[in-house]
Design a protein around this ligand. Structure first.
Ligand code: ADP
Ligand code: MG
Length: 310
């Protein structure tokens, strides 16, 4: 079990990126969901032993990881948000290089280990292609290959699905789900779907504070009977947004399919009860933490979208 206690990080500025995080992370896939600037990467870098916190404690199976980061490293795999590649190397060369840097011991030889890891992430077919020719999804899978070298107990992946197209994202979901068997995987993301698809438990972070610690099912159930859906014209939408807690507005054939949260059970005229989604739950959490007027704070996801309802 990974245990985080009273973790604080203040950057020069000062910027209070983490304002006291307390969290126990169980085995399996665990989601860290929050908007840009929430403090996700800061938390991930501290957990990976790459950044020193201002104060607080982190233990893995009872052992203090901040005091002895070198002991952690052997049990840790980390895919940073801004994973750098050497475009002119082949995938295999890049991976061998990373294994050396990481100091992974390979009794079978690093070349052979790289081959096995590429196989594990379904990249064998592209082992001898240059990384610059890789798609976003292939790069992320190469990043995972280096992270899982040495079969780490704890895998930390920071916004790995951002920028992947839907098909690549789906492939990546399958890979992550496989990897979460028998180990702890912390997945940071600002994409609610990532959590809905992958995470039996998750926590929501905003402005360096945890504002929820729940399961997708519980989060949705908390909104039972309080989500309503209806259609409004583009001209009507701004007034509705001012008057109501809009969780989603999707343009469909020139009109807005709108979902609103109303805990008192008094929906706008013509709106019908709807089944809550995790997206609704996330937006409601963001509003609830946004201050007395209920307005979403800067950095909260923009609910207006085009395209199909999910
Ligand atoms: P997230 O990954 O959730 O987008 P970050 O952890 O990257 O959030 O950032 C949290 C806050 O800390 C933001 O306000 C960001 O601007 C700030 N921040 C991040 N890194 C630094 C740094 N090296 N120096 C100063 N401020 C930083
Ligand atoms: Mg980040």
């Amino acid at each position: 079990m990974l245990s985080i206690q009273s973790l604080v990080k203040v950057y020069p500025g000062p910027v209070a990126a983490l304002q006291g995080i307390d969290l126990d992370v169980p085995l399996g896939m665990f989601g860290l969901l929050g908007p840009n600037g929430a403090g996700k990467s800061t938390l991930m870098r501290i957990l990976a032993g790459l950044l020193e916190p201002t104060s607080g404690r982190v233990t893995l199976d009872g052992e203090d990881v901040l005091a002895r980061p070198e002991r952690l490293r052997a049990r840790l795999g980390y895919l940073p948000q801004d994973f750098g590649f050497y475009p002119h190397l082949t995938g295999e060369q890049m991976l061998v290089h990373l294994l050396r840097l990481k100091g992974v011991s390979a009794p079978v030889g690093q070349q052979k280990l790289a081959g096995e890891l590429l196989e594990r992430v379904n990249l064998s077919y592209a082992a001898r292609r240059k990384v610059k020719a890789y798609s976003g999804g292939m790069r992320q899978r190469l990043g995972i290959a280096q992270a899982i070298a040495g079969d780490p107990r704890l895998l930390i992946v920071d916004e790995p699905t951002a920028g992947l197209d839907p098909e690549e994202r789906l492939r990546f979901y399958h890979l992550l789900a496989e990897l979460a068997e028998g180990r702890t995987v912390i997945l940071s993301t600002h994409i609610v779907e990532d959590v809905a698809v992958l995470c039996p438990r998750f926590t929501v972070i905003r402005d360096g504070r945890l504002i929820a610690h729940t399961t997708p099912r519980e989060a949705r159930a908390a909104l039972d009977g309080a989500i309503f859906e209806g259609t409004v014209t583009p001209a009507e939408l701004p007034a509705l947004r001012r008057a109501r807690a809009v969780t989603q507005a999707i343009l469909v054939e020139g009109r807005h399919r709108v979902r609103v949260h109303d805990a008192s059970g008094a929906p706008p005229p013509g709106f019908e009860p709807a089944t809550p989604t995790l997206e609704d739950a996330y937006l409601v959490m963001m509003r609830a933490s946004g201050g007395a007027n209920g307005a979403p704070a800067a950095g909260a996801p923009e609910p207006a979208r085009t395209g199909r309802a999910s």
